[in-house]
Design a protein around this ligand. Structure first.
Ligand code: MBD
Ligand code: FE
Length: 285
């Protein structure tokens, strides 16, 4: 049967999975090992200066300081540093990193990417359960360069199921559910079959949820498809694609929606959707 046991789908479960997976990749420190001491000094000092200024401006009390300390410890215990950073910080990193792009706009990666998802050729369906919930979606598109020429590359797709769960982070889902890699030929074309995801709420039972509740925010992200699109000699594009009319397109908790990332699904008589969305990659390494 395809019923999922979501009783263990806690913030700490998916948070710790995300933390573990990120920590397994040892390249984070290696990639900045040549950063000059002056830059580290400047960045660390300016962040601390901003904290000190906030404390003085708002006369932050010892009780508030101790609550902050307890909360920060809780973020780590829940494994929610990847979630916290990707929801509230990554969008500005992405903005700075991609400001020179001529091709497709991108968006944040978020905490739930897994490399090397099963390959499905240029046309095919992502792995899914026999009775996967959600309306079928057939997406046709191309990968081209900024010169308009088609590219032999790949589209890696991952997204949540219709209950808002990501395989390999929430328990009880088949390993690669709703994750696939599509390789284009020389014509740059692909056709991907999947299901339309539902709006997504970040976990509310952990430290991030506690902040959201205490600050009177909400935990919602609009329904989205995650992609990484790549081709030899071109810049990797990390993006998310969204559906028109979603109630959270204008107030995404992760601030990751851009007008260029909106899809155009066309409803078919059988209730499924078809859509067209093309990728344009910048030249690069
Ligand atoms: C997600 O699914 C996501 O895409 C982001 C950015 C943050 C939390 C969960
Ligand atoms: Fe997501």
């Amino acid at each position: 049967m395809t019923t999922m046991d979501t009783s263990q789908a806690t913030a700490a479960a998916s948070g710790n999975a995300a933390t573990e997976r990120f920590s397994l990749d040892k390249s984070a420190f290696a990639k900045v090992k040549d950063t000059p001491v002056e830059r580290v000094d400047m960045l660390a000092r300016e962040v601390l200066d901003a904290v000190h200024a906030t404390i003085r401006r708002h006369r932050v009390s010892y009780d508030e300081y101790n609550a902050l300390k307890a909360w920060l410890i809780q973020v780590g215990a829940d494994g929610e540093w990847p979630l916290f950073l990707d929801v509230w910080v990554e969008h500005v990193i992405e903005e700075v990193a991609t400001s020179g792009r001529q091709g497709n706009k991108g968006s944040i990666e978020g905490p739930y990417y897994v490399p090397d998802a099963p390959e499905r050729g240029a046309r095919g369906a992502v792995p899914m359960r026999p009775e996967e919930k959600g309306r079928p979606l057939v997406w046709q598109g191309t990968i081209t360069g900024t010169d308009g020429k088609p590219l032999a590359g790949k589209v890696e797709l991952w997204h949540a199921d219709s209950d808002g769960f990501y395989s390999q982070y929430a328990p009880g889902l088949p390993e690669w559910n709703l994750r696939g890699t599509f390789c284009t030929g020389a014509d740059g074309r692909f056709e991907i079959t999947t299901i339309r995801p539902a709006p997504y709420q970040i976990p509310t039972d952990g430290a991030c949820g506690k902040l959201i509740a205490a600050a009177g925010w909400h935990a919602w992200r609009p329904a989205h498809l995650h992609v990484k699109v790549s081709a030899p000699g071109h810049e990797l594009l990390t993006a998310q694609l969204y559906f028109p009319g979603d109630p959270h397109n204008d107030d995404d908790v992760a601030t990751a929606v851009k007008p260029e990332l909106m899809l155009n699904p066309v409803e078919q008589p059988d209730g499924s959707f078809t859509l067209r969305y093309d990728f344009v990659l910048d030249p690069g390494v």
